[in-house]
Ligand binder design. Structure first.
Ligand code: 2OP
Length: 390
């Protein structure tokens, strides 16, 4: 048992706004008051913490100058109003991620019809009705339905699969493989039967393996079996770099490739802050922390939350892919797809830069990478392939 007193609280407060306590630790009454006075958040161990950035004087000054740089104007968010809505999008799985993504799809009227499917009685139908109830405010005319059976897949243009078990603290994404591969296989086969022309977006973990499973268990072309992970990991990477540099997230351009897990490859050779290479803006230890924070981002949410995993950022990341397919976003997006020799990788799914369109994958873009990044990407592919054999 550790007794946490005033000194410990003040030391934590000097480092960050989080106080980490073990399950047996005791907080003195004064320490407890101090925690609320200082506005600290109490988080139970184990937590994948990342030390806050503490720049030296020179770095701090150069960052302030960078933030104030008159030569840089933060880009506006790009929205293309000529984008067209999908006819029908089906969310398989109406947990936190499926519901949040569906909510966003309806709110921006990205589909004329939106259906939810979930085994939990009433969950999908009530979510659909709940979203429709909001249309008096959102003005969205997306028609929402929900039910428990896979026949709702019929006529889908896009099927987003979030069904499956999420992680609990201490579980890796790979620990979910056996349970979730049965779910994904069942859904993929049902898509082939009910909506053979649909594009499948797999969100269920372990992501790269589940995307491969969906591809392997159907006759769908690789262009229509896409895994969502790179858009999420890249968003976390940009957030982390922007926070470290103290700039607007739109001032950061960065993405990750590789697998959705420890073999993720945050790409520094293309990462910029206010148009400048990241290494010119942040010291190496801060960059290393951002990489760690990105790779551990999902795990950090699981550790803090204890039941269930992230939902809001994954939902945005699904919608970013759908927006790219329907022409509302024109950027290259990192997406997990089956590779056939691209980047020297064969017959395995990992995240690579892609262009998406109405037919799904339009192009895998082979960007020049730093040698160690290319090696890390190939290593990720080897490790995912190894896992697929077990
Ligand atoms: C994440 O990274 C759950 O894998 C998901 O948050």
């Amino acid at each position: 048992v550790r007794v946490i007193g005033e000194h410990d609280v003040r030391t934590s407060a000097a480092r960050s706004n989080v106080l980490v306590v073990g399950s047996d630790d005791l907080l003195t009454p004064y320490a407890r008051d101090l925690v609320s006075q200082l506005g600290l958040r109490v988080v139970s161990e184990p937590v994948e913490t990342v030390a806050p950035n503490a720049p030296d004087h020179g770095t701090a000054v150069s960052r302030v100058l960078l933030r104030r740089s008159p030569k840089w104007v933060t880009p506006e968010a790009v929205t293309n109003l000529s984008a067209t809505a999908f006819g029908r999008v089906v969310m398989v799985g109406c947990g936190a991620v499926g519901a949040a993504a569906g909510h966003m799809i309806a709110a921006r009227a990205a589909a004329r019809e939106l259906a939810f499917i979930d085994l939990v009685p009433g969950l999908a139908a009530s979510t659909a009705l709940d979203i429709e109830h909001a249309s008096g405010i959102t003005g969205s005319d997306t028609r929402c339905t929900g039910g428990e059976t896979l026949d709702l897949l019929a006529d889908a243009d896009v099927v987003v699969v979030t069904a499956g078990r999420p992680r609990s603290p201490g579980m890796s994404r790979d620990d979910l493989r056996d349970i979730n591969s049965k779910v994904v296989r069942g859904v993929a086969e049902a898509v082939q039967e009910h909506a053979p022309d649909a594009i499948l977006v797999i969100v269920t973990n372990p992501l790269d393996e589940m995307t491969y499973e969906a591809y392997r268990s159907t006759q769908l072309p690789r262009e229509r079996v896409l895994g969502m992970a790179g858009t999420l990991d890249s968003s976390r990477f940009r957030w982390s770099l922007a926070t470290a540099a103290g700039v607007h997230p739109r001032d950061v351009s960065a993405f990750t490739l590789g697998s959705h897990g420890d073999e993720m490859v945050p790409i520094l050779s293309h990462a910029t802050i206010k148009g400048r290479p990241v290494a010119e803006v942040l010291p190496q230890d801060a960059i290393d922390r951002c990489v760690k924070e990105t790779v551990g981002g999902g795990g950090r949410i699981v550790a803090i939350r204890r039941t269930g995993s992230a939902s809001i950022a994954p939902a945005h990341s699904i919608v970013e892919m759908l927006d790219a397919m329907r022409g509302a976003v024109s950027d290259l997006l990192p997406v997990s797809v089956l590779l056939r020799g691209e980047y020297g990788i064969e017959d395995v799914v990992v995240g690579v830069p892609t262009r998406l369109g109405r037919a799904g994958l339009e192009e895998i873009v082979e960007l020049p990478l730093a040698q160690e990044e290319l090696e890390a990407l190939r290593r990720a592919a080897i490790i995912v392939k190894e896992r697929l054999k077990n």
